[in-house]
Design a protein around this ligand. Sequence first.
Ligand code: CO
Length: 128
Amino acid sequence: MKLSFAASLALALAAGAGALAQTPPMDHMSMPMPTSGAPAAPPVAGTAVKIDNFAFGPVALVVPVGTTVTWTNRDDAPHTVVANAGAFKSKVLDTDDSFSFTFTTPGEYAYFCSLHPHMTGKVIVEAK
Ligand code: CO
């Protein structure tokens, strides 16, 4: 009896916390998106990043070390792919142009488009 009462109390508390969590924090909602920092999207395995509609897709790519990643511009506008820390830097990519880079060192490589710095992405390179 004691245990089930405690369990139901815990459930009630959890339900209450869930209801609170569903209330959006208004000050956060009105804040502009940060222009730097790690994107929140979960990483996607693969070797290709598409540039379309002024965005990198997937925003976060995960690859094993030694992988060559290719970015292809499918947008009407020109874009670049530039690593924040300088590991790689493409030329200006016109529509259907590609840029490739081989990752030989594990780590997280944040990058952006130098023409539109709000365009950001990252490649997570995992050790084999
Ligand atoms: Co761009």
